[in-house]
Structure formats: structure tokens, C-alpha cells
Design a binder for this molecule. Structure first.
Ligand SMILES: [Ca+2]
Ligand SMILES: [Ca+2]
Ligand SMILES: [Ca+2]
Ligand SMILES: [Ca+2]
Length: 446
């Protein structure tokens, strides 16, 4: 492990004149094993295909799904996979099995079985994100599905089946929700629920965007959609929730939320909340520890990139990529905007390290949704995986970006990766990491 100072010296070494350049420590990089993935989804029985149901009217919701959660719903020690799915438009009903959300049971040996029907989680409505966690502390992982005017809370009954307890729990479905996450904001040992809302939209929204003369209709820019506040539910510990959005200081902040990530970035013992906003400044809700939050993204340096402009922020991960004990932030955005990396400098402030880390150059041609820091080669340093989509064609593509100990090692690895990514870096599943999946008890803090 090296300090942040050492990392910064290494990361910026190639920008410095030779005389002041530190000799990079290459030992760890030589020991790195190659990272290889094989696509096994079909063979494993993971045949889910997302039905976002694109229409000629180019409804904004069509661009937003889907979500995925990795959870062990039957407590057999094997991680199962849940996918969310779209619906018919304008009815927003799952009027065909092709629109069902899907739960795949992991049977071991890289084989999965579709158990959607028997588990009772086919769902309703146009679903977007999902978040899995044991909200009632009974040892069985429950599921929250966020969607367009339809959020669903499933209680895991412990016998392979789920019960829809949305109404009983007091979870409202009066907004277009895109994502959600579970975290314990009041440290009472019971998980509370944060729901990310996007914007006002109804199937009647029919603004024409594009060029009528050429009959070229495109999805409207987010600026035409009035944003929404997010929602915070406090767990009452009796199976019901209290909407504390206003009381906690969340309601006054209007954004176009895309995803949420949690971490105690200032190490004060209370979990804080980061929300990406589409073409609006991001939110960092600092947990005051008294049941309320203050929005501090601008002063912390994570609302905008260094050029002072908001970007189409989508996925977020809030973890410590440089192993200095402080949680950092990475965000995905559209091609030309880069995937901003905000490095935690302690005392509540971050610096935009997107260019310094070379992530700017690597990400500027890509559009990304999901992202996460993971240590793929077990060297103690988080590599980074991005699920990227070419904005023009919506063809899914994935990229791996390694974080290495020094600039020299980083450059060497990146050169190799750039050559090999397209041919050999294949993920184990079709949608391995969802931007809205929060399978951990407190996501982003590990
Ligand atoms: Ca399992
Ligand atoms: Ca439970
Ligand atoms: Ca709680
Ligand atoms: Ca905190």
C-alpha cells in the first residue's frame, strides 16, 4: 500500500521534467497477471434480453433501463441474478412475458435457471433500477424495483418466493424513478431506502425533437424535462417506511437523478449520499448525523468537472481507488465529456483527477452507464470496469481500465489493454454490473 501522495507523484510523473521525475516503482506491475474474461452467459442459461421497447415517438424512458442486482435470494451461498425490464408504451404494462423482470437462480457449475414465475417477481410497469438488501433483518435478501410511476418492494419470504409489500410498506409510486439504494443513514441497524427520481414525464409528452423536414426524430435533450427531488424513506423497523424526504433536507434539491452511491467520505461515522444528475450539477448529500443532510457537491468539488459545466452524469461508484482510506468518486457520462474521477483529498474536498489519471484520454470517445472499481487481478488495487455504450448506435460495448501503482505501469498496461480489450476482455454476463444495483448492505463503502 502506498500513500495518496506517492500515487499522485507517480500518476503525474510523466507530466514532469526528467530532472524532477521520481523513479517509478514497477515491481508490482511486473507481477500483474493478465485479466481475461470469457462470455459464458448463453451457456450458463442467462438468456435475458432487455426489452426497452423503442417507439417512433422516441419516449425518453426508452433510453433509461435496465437494472441488475446480484443477490443470494435463497441463501445457498451462490449469487443469483435479477434483471429489470421494460413494458408496453403508452400503457406501461407488462402485457407480454417478454417484458417480465427476470430472476435467475444460480445452480452452481456456471448454470442458472429462470425462477421468475415461482419466485413471483415478474413485476408490473416499466421497470428501471433495482436494489437488493435485507430491509427487515430476517436474514433473507429483499428486492426493490424502481420504475416509471411504479416502484415495487418485494419481501423475501425465505421459501424461494417473494411477496409484494409495496403498499403495506408505504412506498409510493408517484414519480419516474430510475434507481434506488439501501443504506442506514441513522445508524440504527435498519436499512433505509434512497430512491433516485429523474423527471416529469407522461406517455402524452410529445415534443418533437429532431428535423421534421427529413423525418428524423430523435430523443429530446434532457433540458426539456423538468427535474424532480429524490426520495428518502426511513425504515420504521416494523415493515413500514416513513417518507422523510422533506424532513431530512432532500426535497429542496431538484435534479435529474440517474444513480446513487453511498460512502462515508469524511469518515465521521455517518454514511453520505452521492447522486449523479443528467446535465445538471451532481448532488453530494453530507449526512449531518442528526437525521438531516446538507447538499455540498459544489464546495466539495464533485458537482461539476473542472471546466465548470455539468455533464450527462450516469453511473457512479464511491470507493477508495488509491488505497488512502478516503472514498473517491467516479462518474460515467457521454462521449466527449470523459468519465470524471474525483479524488478525495480529505477534509471534505475532492479534486478532479480525470486528466491526471489519464482517464480523460481513455474515456473521451466513449459513453458509459455502469461503472465500478474492482480488483480483478487480486493485486490489492482496484481495477475499474466500465460498461459503455456508443451513444449514436446504442450498441453495447465494454471496456476495462486498470488502475496501476505508477504512471509508467499504468501506461504500459493501458497500451496492452487498448489492444486487447475488444477481442479478449469479455464479461461473464450480458449485464454484469448495473448502474442501479446495490446488492451490498451499504454500497460503495467496501
Ligand atoms: Ca443463491
Ligand atoms: Ca428480509
Ligand atoms: Ca436506519
Ligand atoms: Ca460522513
Amino acid at each position: 500500500m502506498v500513500s495518496r501522495r506517492d500515487f499522485l507523484a507517480g500518476a503525474s510523473a510523466f507530466l514532469l521534467p526528467q530532472s524532477s521525475r521520481k523513479r517509478p516503482d514497477l515491481k508490482s506491475s511486473f507481477a500483474l497477471s493478465p485479466i481475461r474474461f470469457r462470455e459464458v452467459a448463453q451457456r450458463a442459461g442467462l438468456d435475458f434480453v432487455l426489452q426497452n421497447n423503442p417507439t417512433p415517438r422516441k419516449h425518453m424512458i426508452e433510453t433509461m433501463p435496465g437494472g441488475v442486482a446480484a443477490l443470494d435470494y435463497n441463501n445457498d451461498g451462490r449469487v443469483d441474478i435479477f434483471f429489470t425490464n421494460g413494458a408496453s408504451i403508452p400503457s406501461l404494462e407488462k402485457d407480454s412475458p417478454k417484458f417480465f423482470n427476470r430472476l435467475y437462480r444460480n445452480d452452481g457449475g456456471m448454470k442458472f435457471t429462470d425462477v421468475t414465475s415461482e419466485a413471483g417477481v415478474a413485476g408490473a410497469g416499466y421497470s428501471m433500477g433495482t436494489a437488493a438488501a435485507d430491509f427487515n433483518n430476517d436474514g433473507h435478501t429483499d428486492l426493490l424495483v424502481a420504475g416509471v410511476y411504479r416502484n415495487i418492494l418485494y419481501r423475501n419470504l425465505g421459501n424461494g418466493k417473494f411477496e409484494d409489500v409495496t403498499e403495506k410498506a408505504g412506498i409510493k409510486s408517484d414519480k419516474w424513478s430510475v434507481a434506488a439504494g439501501w443504506f442506514d443513514y441513522d445508524n440504527d441497524g435498519w436499512l433505509d431506502l434512497f430512491v433516485v427520481n429523474y423527471a416529469h414525464w407522461t406517455p402524452d409528452f410529445d415534443r418533437y425533437c429532431g428535423e421534421r423536414d427529413r423525418n428524423l426524430r430523435v430523443y429530446c435533450h434532457p433540458k426539456y424535462f423538468e427535474g424532480l427531488p429524490n426520495t428518502l424513506y426511513r425504515n420504521r423497523r416494523d415493515g413500514t417506511f416513513e417518507d422523510v424526504t422533506a424532513k431530512a433536507g432532500i426535497a429542496g434539491h431538484i435534479g435529474r437523478g440517474m444513480s446513487v452511491a453511498f460512502a462515508d467520505y469524511d469518515n465521521d461515522g455517518f454514511t453520505d449520499v452521492f447522486v449523479t444528475n443528467d446535465n445538471l450539477p451532481n448532488f453530494l448529500f453530507h449526512n449531518r448525523g442528526d437525521g438531516t443532510f446538507e447538499e455540498v457537491a459544489l464546495q466539495a468539488g464533485v458537482a461539476l468537472t473542472n471546466n465548470g459545466l455539468p455533464v450527462a452524469s450516469m453511473g457512479a461508484d464511491f470507493r477508495d481507488f488509491d488505497n488512502d482510506g478516503l472514498c473517491d468518486l467516479n462518474v460515467t457520462a457521454l462521449a466527449g465529456e470523459t468519465f470524471p474521477l474525483f479524488q478525495n483529498l480529505a477534509k471534505g474536498s475532492f479534486q478532479d483527477a480525470t486528466h491526471k489519471s489519464r482517464l480523460a484520454a481513455l474515456s473521451t470517445t466513449r459513453s458509459g452507464w455502469s461503472n465500478g472499481f474492482f480488483d480483478f487481478n487480486n493485486d490489492g488495487w482496484n481495477s475499474r470496469i466500465l460498461e459503455t455504450v456508443r451513444s449514436a448506435t446504442f450498441r453495447w460495448k465494454r471496456a476495462l481500465i486498470l488502475h496501476a501503482r505508477t504512471a509508467a505501469a499504468l501506461l504500459r498496461i493501458l497500451t496492452t489493454m487498448e489492444k486487447s480489450t475488444s477481442s479478449s476482455a469479455r464479461l461473464a454476463s450480458r449485464r454484469n454490473f448495473g448502474r442501479t444495483s446495490v446488492p451490498a448492505r451499504t454500497a460503495g463503502s467496501s
